[in-house]
Design a protein around this ligand. Structure first.
Ligand code: PRX
Length: 664
């Protein structure tokens, strides 16, 4: 990646629509209250001050959002770049901040979670902060009885049930480091990660529900752990009651482990740089890397960003639809909302079970006020049409959010119209597993442009550099970077410091901008300074001397009324360097004809110009995607060029690879 972080990208797309925030949203927003207190007149002035004075800003936020057992003595320490440290000298505990202090206050009876099981004949479960505290403590005591101590790693391989946050919080309480592996991963995917982090204990379930069926999970865990000598115990939560194999001495049922354990447990005061968790990310390329996050920064920044961006109020029902196994779930289903003492939804299953009305029904039944989801989910629902949202009452919603990929304006408008009655603002948050929190995002006070993640949040300094570390002028594209550290940033890769330094810090190390974080995405800013993410650096196309961002071409294709999704790749071309080849899935019911191909090409030519027009269009039934819903262009490119597809362990739908035709 680092070697390719050179040339600038062309800017083809121009979006002119602006959606002003309604006055009552602005006036009542959390950020506006703070601005008034501080005397800031405009959003721009406020964002600039907070970003310039980011150390002072985060100091204030750390004191506002977190209770420290011992106060920190240094806000930020950059003496060992790129190993930045935050809030050193203090002592803190995540679970104390996320649960205990609420359970000991008048929030004791407030709901922490509303859990909706997938099977429609199972009751919704409501868990208060007081109940959550007890469950966490019992499990923490159970883990201690298995010999788990501070710094030990515990691997969690669990579906979307409340026991997953309970397990995370139990680890965090005693200073053990959790490492969640998304339960959709295969035995091998789980095994590689358990072995890499040398977990002492693993926690799983007998099975989980998916599209109405009880599916096994322990069986995969057994296979993975057979080959992971560090694992002394496997704790099993009974979710479905399906048969499981049992290894005496190693395996223990969750219920037996907590049986008779005290529901009180002291939170261990931890150094703020103590590792809260390791989360493996494969990104879209290469071997999984174990990203380490630290407890101090994590207590502060997910809560602060959630509070300002999604404007959390005491009676909100917050629904982040991500799986807790991804960073979005870590930060915005577990740690952020709990530190704020807010009520969150957890839904166990699939959005199309028993039908495509499920998400809308969950919103209606539970009066969800804010929903935060991904473009891939929005496009999937969009493919099914408006007839589903029309059947349900979605008027409880007051704010919408998006994350994970650039959201094409077409999907943005559909989301606003169908979830938001054509009037709700959409917070398009750009960030990464590595960042731990949103970096660029609108606030409720920000005028929106569909498809733009707007500006760096207060306390962040994202900008766009060329390869030498010069800021590129407005209207041009380049590498989106973070020149200054932030509290929830990754601290390292587990046992691989060299790769950590090379991937994120090497490009600008020998320039005057040493210490600048390279995010790995291309981006551009328009004349008003709005940021537009153009996709991963590695996915940029090079056509006749132009560096063209895949995201722009894909967005233009998806704007065609017959298209559901699209991925573009570069095919080697003797004259142009690369020509653009598009793989396209169509809206349900649309016929895949040559005329439609022609029409799509003309459509792109009209919206972006001839240079971005695909030379070939191929219809496919499905696009290969990661389990978090990102299109795997690397795999599509290799398959279509007849090359080895490499590591495909992160794919959710490996069968889609075979349907990608050869283009050479
Ligand atoms: O390419 C960007 C894209 O997702 C990458 C980070 O992926 P991951 O670590 O899996 O984290 C996903 C959840 C934060 C980024 O480098 N990405 C994420 N959000 C956006 C985005 N691209 C454009 N717009 C977004 N809002």
């Amino acid at each position: 990646m680092a070697e390719k972080a050179t040339a600038k990208t062309a800017v083809l797309q121009t979006e002119t629509r602006i959606f002003e925030p309604p006055a009552d949203l602005v006036d009542n927003s959390n950020v506006m209250q703070w601005m008034k207190k501080k005397g800031f007149k405009t959003e721009k002035e406020m964002r600039s001050w907070c970003s310039e004075n980011y150390v002072e800003f985060w100091d204030e936020m750390a004191k506002k959002y977190v209770d420290w057992f011992e106060p920190y003595t240094t806000v930020m320490d950059n003496s060992e770049m790129p190993y930045f440290k935050w809030f050193t000298g203090g002592k803190v505990n995540m679970t104390y901040n996320a649960v205990d202090r609420h359970a000991a206050s008048d929030k004791k009876d407030k709901l922490a979670y509303i859990f909706v099981p997938e099977p429609t004949d199972q009751e919704t479960q409501k868990i208060t902060y007081g109940e959550l505290a007890k469950e966490v403590n019992k499990l923490a005591n159970g883990l201690k009885s298995l010999g788990v101590e501070k710094d030990d790693r515990v691997s969690l391989y669990m579906p979307m049930i409340p026991q997953l946050p309970i397990a995370m919080l139990a680890c965090a309480k005693i200073g053990a480091i959790h490492s969640i592996v998304f339960s959709g991963f295969s035995a091998k995917g789980f095994g590689d990660r358990v072995k890499d982090c040398e977990a002492k204990v693993a926690i799983t379930t007998d099975g989980f529900y998916r599209r109405g069926k009880a599916m096994p999970l322990k069986a995969q865990a057994d296979e993975a752990i057979a080959d992971a000598p560090s694992v002394e115990h496997l704790v099993v939560y009974k979710r479905t009651g399906i048969d499981v194999d049992w290894k005496d001495g190693r395996d223990i049922w969750w219920d037996d482990l907590i049986e008779g354990k005290s529901d009180e447990c002291e939170a261990v005061p931890l150094d703020p740089e103590h590792r809260l968790f390791i989360l493996y990310t494969s990104g879209t390329t290469g071997k999984p890397k174990g990203i380490e996050h630290a407890v101090g920064g994590y207590c502060v920044a997910p809560a602060q960003t959630l509070d300002w961006v999604f404007d959390i109020k005491e009676d909100d029902i917050w629904w982040c639809t991500a799986d807790i196994g991804w960073i979005t779930g870590h930060s915005y289903i577990v740690y952020g909302p709990l530190v704020l003492g807010c009520t969150s939804m957890i839904y166990e299953g699939s959005p199309d079970y028993p039908d495509f009305g499920r998400w809308y029904k969950i919103i209606e039944d539970n009066k969800v006020t804010i929903i935060y989801t991904a473009p891939t989910a929005i496009r999937m629902l969009m493919k099914q049409g408006s007839k589903w949202p029309e059947k349900y009452d979605l008027t409880s919603l007051r704010l919408l959010g998006s994350v994970g990929e650039p959201i094409n304006p077409e999907a943005w408008i559909w989301y606003r119209k169908n979830f938001g009655a054509d009037k709700l603002q959409i917070m398009d948050t750009w960030w990464q597993t590595e960042s731990g929190t949103f970096i660029n995002s609108p606030l409720p006070i920000t005028p929106l442009k569909p498809g733009s993640c707007t500006f760096p949040l207060p306390g962040y300094n994202a900008t766009i550099y060329d390869e030498l570390g010069n800021e590129v002028p407005l209207g041009e594209g380049g590498n989106i970077v973070q020149p200054t550290p932030w509290p929830s940033m990754l601290r390292a890769f587990y046992k691989d410091t060299e790769r950590y330094q090379k991937e994120y810090w090497s490009v600008y190390w020998d320039t005057p901008k040493r210490g600048t974080y390279l995010a790995g995405d291309k981006a551009t800013r328009d004349k008003d300074g709005y940021f537009w993410i153009q996709g991963r650096i590695d996915d940029v196309l090079s056509v006749a001397g132009h560096r063209i961002a895949n995201a722009e071409v894909e967005s233009a294709i998806v704007a065609h009324p017959s298209v559901a999704e699209s991925a573009v790749v570069g095919k080697p071309d003797e004259i142009k360097g690369e020509s653009i080849v598009a793989f396209v899935t169509v809206i349900t019911g649309v016929e895949e004809t040559d005329d439609l191909k022609k029409d799509i090409r003309t459509f792109v030519r009209k919206s972006l110009g001839p240079v971005a027009m695909p030379s070939e269009i191929h219809f496919v039934p499905d696009l290969p995607k990661t389990r978090s819903g990102k299109i795997m262009r690397r795999v599509i490119k290799a398959q279509s060029l007849g090359k080895p597809t490499g590591d495909v362990s992160a794919l959710a739908n490996p069968e889609a690879v075979e349907t990608i035709p050869l283009i050479v």
